[in-house]
Write a protein of this length. Structure first.
Lengths: 229, 432
């Protein structure tokens, strides 16, 4: 908040320097003693710390990301360990940075189904816009890992292929075509198990796809409501 | 942290004790070799006080400056070098800094003045280093049949030696600025020389009062006489007899060390400083000289104004209940503790006050400190002649201290009041 500093000539006490200097050193000494004797509070929520120190020791301590943070991509797996991706090229088409490269292959013995034989994201070109996640009709690509692309010494290491990208808990939906009409690559018993675990068709907007693990927009909203905001 | 506070006094005590024993042993050896005993004691003190204490404490202060300033400013400070996962309060940075300084590429300006350029770091380092020779760290004690005290040299000229050598330091900085063939360095050197020569006047005058009060130039006698009791109970500390002298001396010596708030010769944000063209360890010597000056200044202040090696508290009890050598070691440890505390105070001041403008520096010196020092000399002289027992001087000094405390308290009270009044001031400002 801006405030006016009264423009008045310095009085004798201020022109002597010494009393004001002693007072300043007193304040500094108070800070010093407090920081010397109190253990630094490493709470990543800086405003909630007991000590006045605001430093976050980065690699050891990390600030929590806000909900909806877009991290490193991942390909969502199915229960049988293969990606949900059907190689439709929607994400590659939507990508403004053209960083997604997909080679489609046909599932053996199936006249319809495709899968990506190669799915490569160049994390150096990626602008982290999240359009690929929005474009995906199969919830096969997400940015909910909460990670950065790790640093590397070569550009080639920043090309993430489907083996690196495929991770996280498996997901199935009741509308998945390979569950509705089975698929040649899947055993019937396995398909039945997947059907049991499948989620119902999403009826409304959900915060589930985009958010960082450990965070929930809905939970935060509920907390805020409980606080009366 | 508490462990550190408990252990550290014992480290100082052990160091002082070892220094006494070594001084006694070397004095004995000197006598056996047919030399005066003081030669052996001086050699031992040179090793223990100047090479070990002065160098170690000043190089630790380079880390202390970073770590303590971090504590003062609610930061963390250097902690990335770790040994077995423990940052050790930043101490490994000592080794890292030394390694860095020693292995840096030697880049020198082409059109420098070769001889002066190479000479300048030495000329700025050496005076700061030899100043500590006259600082009396411990009292005289009988060790192994030899009377030794922890003081390297004990010239009759005492404080005059101090002034003489301290004024040599200006040559190092102005030579460094001049010989580098760099405008910024030259500007720093010119600033340094004008500032240091100005403040030498008030530096000298501020100690004249103490010289008159104790009737000596010798620092060891000055320390000894601060144990005299006024009115039978109050030790005649310099801070009680000469509070104005203390403030003036501390301030002018601060200006002599060229540290904030008097760091215009360095002025990192504007001209980098007189050492801008010095790479590696040449710069390191200038930086180390600055920290050595801090320790020396603390030592002289402690010796002249804070009772020297007198423990002040419980001194009579310690003197009667301890062995003479143990008592002397306790005294020396007290002195070292006072010195380090004053060094801490200097760092605190450095991190409290912003840099003066150059006209403010000269105004502070010539229009405030110089008249105040002169007045202090006259008042002290009159009081010492009027009452040679120093009790009148002490009474006036106590009054001055009370006035200073009152002004500081008033400053502390006025600050919140002024903050509270600010909206009112803002509202009435157009009317004034």
């Amino acid at each position: 908040m801006p405030y006016a500093i009264p423009d008045r000539p310095a009085d004798v006490r201020e022109r002597l320097f010494v009393p004001e200097a002693i007072r300043g050193v007193g304040i500094i000494m108070k800070q010093f003693l407090r920081n010397f004797f109190l253990q630094r509070d490493p709470n990543p929520d800086v405003l909630a710390r007991r000590t006045p120190n605001a430093t976050i020791q980065y690699p050891e301590e990390k600030q929590p990301y806000p909900p909806g943070y877009r991290g490193l991509h991942r390909l969502v797996p199915r229960e049988d360990g293969r990606p949900r991706c059907v190689a439709c090229y929607m994400c590659a088409t939507a990508c403004p940075a053209q960083c997604i490269y997909i080679e489609a292959g046909e599932v053996e013995g199936d006249p319809i189904e495709k899968y990506p034989t190669a799915f490569v994201i160049d994390e150096l070109r990626c602008v982290v816009c999240g359009f690929c996640v929005e474009a995906c009709p199969k919830d096969a690509i997400r940015m909910d890992t909460g990670l950065h692309a790790p640093p590397s010494y070569t550009r080639a290491e920043q090309l993430w292929d489907e083996k690196l990208l495929l991770r996280g808990p498996p997901v199935s939906y009741q509308q998945d075509p390979w569950l509705r009409r089975s698929a040649p690559g899947l055993e019937p018993a396995k398909v039945e198990a997947m059907r049991q675990a499948a989620r119902p068709f999403a009826q409304g907007a959900s915060d589930e796809y985009a958010h960082t693990p450990g965070f929930s927009v809905r939970a935060l909203a509920a907390e805020a409501k409980a606080r009366g905001e | 942290m508490l462990i550190f506070l408990v252990v550290f006094p014992f480290v100082l005590l052990g160091f002082a004790w070892a220094a006494y024993l070594a001084a006694g042993a070397l004095a004995g050896l000197a006598v056996e070799a047919g030399l005066p005993a003081s030669y052996g004691a001086a050699a031992s003190n040179l090793l223990f006080l100047m090479v070990v204490f002065l160098m170690v404490s000043s190089s630790f202060l380079t880390i202390g400056e970073r770590k303590w300033s971090a504590l003062m400013q609610n930061r963390v400070g250097p902690n990335r070098i770790r040994i077995l996962g423990n940052p050790l309060a930043g101490l490994p940075y000592l080794a890292a800094d030394a390694l860095k300084m020693l292995t840096k590429e030697n880049i020198e300006p082409a059109l420098r003045s070769r001889l002066l350029y190479e000479l300048a770091p030495v000329v700025s380092f050496a005076p700061a280093f030899v100043l500590f020779a006259v600082v009396p760290v411990g009292p005289e004690a009988l060790v192994g049949g030899q009377r030794v005290s922890l003081q390297v040299a004990n010239p009759d000229a005492g404080l005059l030696y101090l002034f003489a050598i301290a004024s040599l330091a200006v040559y190092g900085t102005s030579l460094a600025g001049w010989a580098s063939n760099n405008k910024f360095a030259l500007l720093g050197g010119v600033r340094a020389s004008s500032q240091m020569i100005s403040y030498e006047v008030s530096l000298g005058l501020s100690l004249v009062g103490a010289m008159m009060a104790y009737g000596t130039l010798r620092l060891d006698v000055m320390s000894l006489r601060q144990g005299d009791l006024l009115w039978g109970w109050l030790p005649a500390l310099g801070v009680l007899l000469q509070p104005v002298g203390l403030v003036l001396f501390f301030t002018s010596a601060f200006a002599e060390t060229k540290r904030a708030p008097f760091d215009l010769p360095e002025g990192e944000s504007e001209i980098v400083g007189y050492f801008v063209e010095y790479p590696g360890m040449k710069f390191g010597m200038m930086m180390l000289a600055e920290f050595i000056e801090i320790v020396v200044l603390s030592g002289v202040t402690a010796a002249v104004f804070f009772g020297g090696w007198h423990p002040v508290l419980f001194e009579g009890w310690l003197r009667t209940n301890l062995q003479p050598v143990a008592f002397a070691a306790v005294c020396a440890a007290c002195f070292l503790g006072k010195t380090l505390f004053l060094a801490w105070v200097q760092l605190a001041i450095r991190w409290t006050l912003p840099r003066f403008r150059f006209d403010q520096i000269q105004k502070l010196c010539w229009k405030m400190m110089f008249p105040a020092a002169l007045l202090n000399v006259f008042v002290t002289g009159a009081l010492v002649i009027a009452d040679p027992s120093l009790e009148a001087l002490a009474a006036v000094g106590l009054l001055e201290l009370a006035a200073l405390a009152g002004l500081t308290a008033a400053a502390a009270r006025a600050a919140p009041a002024a903050a509270a009044q600010q909206p009112a001031h803002a509202a009435t400002a157009p009317g004034h």
